[in-house]
Design a protein around this ligand. Structure first.
Ligand code: ASP
Ligand code: MG
Length: 403
């Protein structure tokens, strides 16, 4: 088999750990597989580089940021290739540019356009282990680009697609994808497999196991991805297309997001064009609105509630002060400490009563629901942040997700 192995920041966080990674690669090789390796920077390194730039200015030029940030991965590929060679296994470190990862020129969040991968193929043919710097590419204009934070996952998945690899193993510091946060629920269970779609919902809800774009990419090209621990034995979690078994399970996981805040505009005139006048300026300020709820109007006045990232609350308040004057609304209020609790599962498509069970479970715990939103495979409720753990535990139990 041809296997792409990606090692995250904690797996290569020290020289000792890098040597350990080298041993894992060698054992896969000795099982008779071809291995292509992708690595992240040492844990904390990319953050350290970002803060160095921020000591100089709050708005560093993005082109230069990419040169700076891409340096972290150069260190780890070189050290890992040095380790492999010293253990008697020929290996070569490559930058993104050297293996032809061509991106657009949107610095700090570039998209991959194509991968030539020639030097990777060459190395494999010569029996040399290619060790490739994650998170980076090169634009048409020959500038170094980076793929957005967590982008090494994307490098690995995109290489696996380009090389038609049999498997893309992502080694990280957790044993796989769990039914919920094991820090909150002690009997959270590791899933053996999960569909791309469910993984996307879980990832965007804050279960930060894989970078979101890497999951999208894997789904698009049908890359078989496995998430597993670099430190413990085990088979991890396999990401694949949906199958019949998956539909039998109604809910696969419970997640939560405590990084949102709720804004309610009260006494909004109920007439055409108002929503655009509220959310136009919000979008223009690059504030990402998650949920929006508009009440039924009474006497041609309505209330509109929506959520924004907590880090954007100050910006949103400044905007609202002028927007309510512009649209003639009465007032607005902000509730910062909310949480969004969600259940996810492809089985929801074919089962009824799932929402009811979620609402009654929360009600039984005396938890008030402030907002609700649904998609085909997800139901989310906004609640008071102080009940997050209680809600997650109750839902995990109600849907019988534990061991
Ligand atoms: N080193 C980069 C980051 O910290 C890319 C990665 O780790 O995947 O975001
Ligand atoms: Mg990562």
């Amino acid at each position: 088999m041809l296997i792409v192995q990606k090692y995250g920041g904690t797996s290569v966080g020290s020289v000792e750990r890098i040597k350990n990674v080298a041993r894992k690669i060698i054992s896969t090789r000795n099982e008779g597989h071809d291995v292509v390796v992708v690595v992240s920077a040492m844990s904390g390194e990319t953050d350290r580089l970002v803060s160095l730039a921020h000591e100089i200015t709050h708005v560093p030029v993005e082109r230069e940021m990419d040169i700076l940030l891409s340096s972290g991965e150069r260190v780890t590929v070189a050290l890992l290739a040095i380790a492999l060679n010293s253990m008697g296994y020929p290996a070569k470190a490559f930058t993104g540019r050297q293996v032809g990862i061509v991106t657009d020129s949107v610095h700090t969040k570039a998209r991959i356009e194509r991968i030539s991968g020639e030097r990777v193929q060459e190395a494999l043919k010569e029996g040399v282990i290619p060790v490739i710097a994650g998170f980076q590419g090169i634009s048409e204009g020959s500038d170094v680009t980076t793929l957005g934070r967590g982008g090494s996952d994307l490098t690995a998945v995109a290489l696996a697609a380009a090389l038609k690899a049999d498997l893309c193993d992502i080694y990280t510091d957790v044993e796989g994808v769990f039914t919920t946060d094991p820090n909150i629920v002690s009997d959270a269970k590791k899933l053996d497999k999960i569909s791309y779609e469910e993984m996307l919902e879980l990832a965007s809800l804050g279960a930060k196991v894989l970078q979101n774009r890497s999951v999208e990419y894997a789904a698009k090209y049908g890359v078989k991805v496995r998430v597993l621990s670099a430190f413990a034995e085990g088979n991890g979690t396999l990401l694949t297309g949906e199958d019949e078994d998956m539909e039998k399970v109604v809910v696969s996981g419970v997640t939560y997001d405590r990084n949102q805040s709720k804004v309610t505009i009260i006494g909004v005139p109920d007439k055409p064009g108002i929503a655009a006048r509220i959310f136009g300026p919000v979008a223009a300020s690059s504030i990402i609105v998650d949920m929006i709820i508009q009440n039924v109007s009474q006497e041609s006045l309505t209330d509109i509630s929506f959520t924004v990232p907590r880090s954007d609350v100050k910006k949103t308040i400044t905007l609202m002060e002028s927007i309510i004057k512009d649209i003639g609304a009465r007032e607005f209020e902000v509730k910062e400490d909310i949480a969004k609790v969600s259940i996810v599962g492809v089985g929801m498509r074919s089962h009824s009563g799932v929402a009811l069970k979620m609402f009654s479970t929360l009600a039984d715990e005396g938890i008030n629901i402030m907002m609700i939103s649904t998609s085909e495979i997800k139901i989310s409720c906004v609640i008071d942040a102080k009940y997050t753990e209680l809600a997650v535990r109750a839902l995990h139990r109600a849907f019988e997700l534990g061991n």
